[in-house]
Every structure is written in structure tokens, then in C-alpha cells.
Design a protein around this ligand. Sequence first.
Ligand code: PMT
Length: 408
Amino acid sequence: MGEDIFSGKTIALGISGGIAAYKAVDLASKLAQRGAIVKTIMTEHATKFVSPLTFQSVTGQPVLTDLFAADSQGKISHVALSEEADLVVVAPATANIIAKAAHGLADDALSTTLVAARSAIVMVPAMNNYMWSNKATQYNLEILTSRDIKVMQPEVGRLACGEGNAVGRFPDTASIVSFLEDILRKSHDLAGKTIMITAGGTREPIDPVRFIGNRSSGKMGYAIAEAARARGAKVILVSGPTCLNPPLGAHTIYVETAQQMYDAVMENLYQVDAVVMTAAVADFRPSSSGIEKIKKERMPKSIELELNPDILQAVSKKKGNKLVVGFAAESENIIENATKKIKKKDIDLIVANDIASPGVGFGSDLNLAVLINKKGPVGDLITYKKTELAEKILDWVAAHIAVSSISS
Ligand code: PMT
């Protein structure tokens, strides 16, 4: 048996002021028993429910309650903890701390730790059912999930306030521990691997001003790049023009045309373990493009086109034991057409993507998609948030890269 995933990991455990704070003592204790270094941060309200000494006793670590406390090296404790934590967990998370985190408020030791955190953050909400379903709370939770903060769903059952069979219950310790285990595992399952991702659309110039392009926003590729970084991979992102901020920690190479994307991908191919190609590459380009802007009076009657290189096909020919994942943007017979593409392009996985249904695909935050490997579809064609689809693709990559990788 390998080492416990919690062993030696520093968990910053935030306790906010709800009755479930007393249940978090068991959580702190179980995490400590698994070998985690559990450093508790309590809000003032939380200390009304449970004494800091209780957490100190079960974790063997000092408990932070004061925003201005300094550690033994004189460093402000919440800043030091934000730096050293492998995971920040707020359990229980009240409506108040959820609202503060969503809006970046930092006025006590816990909310400040959340703003300064470098690691993944997990919220385990527990509250009265009306507070849970309140639109402000739900809106704040949406903000948190859009920033990739993981939110564990509360359970349905009897609430401390007396409500019976209502949503808002703090999950049992075993469920929380297993949720955290999953997140910790994913936080480094691609460590030591290099993944190249193509994103966005290409632009094929007609003249210095005009181009042939497409509606790709880059969201899908950037979501994969960000998720791969969070899972410990070194990321090379080859991006067409987008309005998105470059993912933190990724090496982003900006290109405009399909030929430039081809050059960047082929130049870096030797150093990667996996390639994920989400880019909407223009299949063809104008055969010539002038250096001067075409005047209205000299409008060409037609534009002659020539084929661009097929980057995915070229990668596939040189893949060796690298994993190659492609996308298939389809408007009809989605699974059938994508299955033809995985065979034709001889790649490991294709993400069949319905770009014709309303509200999904190009520019949207959603993709209606299914993963297809050489044996057939892995799951059903369903609507994913692009961030969720990114994780799903990387789950597949992480599960297969170990046996295929050149650098492992
Ligand atoms: O950027 P977003 O707004 O988030 O939108 C995401 C997306 C809809 C662009 C994305 O999810 C998607 O479906 N990308 C694939 C787009 C596409 O060009 O599909 P295709 O079926 O034409 O190409 C198949 C595969 O070959 C793709 O992996 C593509 O990157 C690759 N290709 C295509 C042509 C070419 N000349 N070179 C290539 O490498």
C-alpha cells in the first residue's frame, strides 16, 4: 500500500460560526489521524460554538483566531498559512463566509487566508435551508464555483434549527474526507508531466486588416490549461487571439495563423507527454495576402484559397508514446462523425462536440460533448461546463498518461 495521500500535507481548516462547528472537531481529528498537519483558523463566531483549545487538542497545532497574530518567525500567520497550505478547507462554511469569499472581503484571519490562498479551496456549507436557498447565497456559490473553488453539496436531513428533512446539513466526516482525498489526488496527478494545449481560433489574413476567422473564444482550451496547471502539470498553451488572461504558471505562446500554430506545436512537441488540441484551426487560407489594405474600389471578385496544414494529423504521425487528444466540432451525426475522425487521425481520444445546439460550443461556457476513445464513447453526450469538461478530459489523460508517457 502507498503512502496516505494526507500524510505530511498541510490543511488549513477554516471554521466559521455555525452549530456544525462541533462536528468539524471530528473532521480535524480524522485528518490529523491520517497524517495531515491540520492548522485550524476560527472566526470569532465559531469560537462561540467550540473553543479553540478543542481543535488545538485534536490536531496538536496552534489555532489561529487573530488577524494580526505572527508566527514564530515573526511572519503574519494567515499569510504564512496561505503559503504553506496544500489545501484550504472551510467546514462548516456559513452563508456569511461564502459571501465574503465570493466578494473578496478580508476582515478576519479566515477571510484573509482565503484571499491570500495559493492552493485549492474547498467549501463545505452547512446552514438553515432558507439561508441555503436564498438567491444571494446561491449567486455567491456560483461565483465561487466559477473561480474553481470546490463546493461540497450539503445533505438533506434534520437541521439543528429544527427544520426536518431540509437541505443544509453538514455532511458526515467520512464523506468530507473522501471529497478532500479526491481533490488532493487531482492536485498533483499530473505532476512531472508536460501537456501542450492548443486553444482559440486562427486568423488567416486577407490583407493587413481583414482575415478569415471563426468564433472560438479560447474558453475550452484555457479551461484545460488552468486545470492541468492546478493538477501539477507543466503547461504549454499555444493560443490563437482571445480576450482571456493567460493562465497563471502556463507558458503561453501566442500565434495568429494556422501555419504559426503548426510551427509552435511542432517545435515544442519533443518535450511533451500529452497534447490536447481544442483550437478551431482554419482548414484553409487565402493563397495570397497583400501588405497593403485592399481599397474598396479594388475589391476582388473572389478570394483564392489553399489548404492549411492539419496540425493534429501531423502530431499524430510523430506521436510515439505521447497521448494525443483531439476535438471534433460537429453539427450533425456527432458520435458517428467524431468516431470517423479518431480513426482517420489515429489519435487516442476525441472529444465529440455538438456545436449546432443553442447555447453551447463556440463562445459559450458550456459544451455538449462526449469523450470517445478507440473502443467507442466513454459516457453519454451531455452538457458540461467547460471547466467540468476540462477536468473530465484530464481525468482520462491522468489515467492513461502513466503508461504512455515518455518522461515518466
Ligand atoms: O474556444 P471556445 O469558444 O471555448 O470553443 C471551443 C470549441 C468549440 C472551439 C472546441 O470545443 C472545439 O470543438 N474545438 C475543435 C474545433 C475544430 O476545429 O474541430 P474540427 O472537427 O474541425 O477539427 C478536428 C480536430 O483537428 C481538432 O482537434 C482541431 O484542433 C484539429 N485541427 C483541425 C484542422 C487543422 N487544420 N488542424 C488541426 O489540428
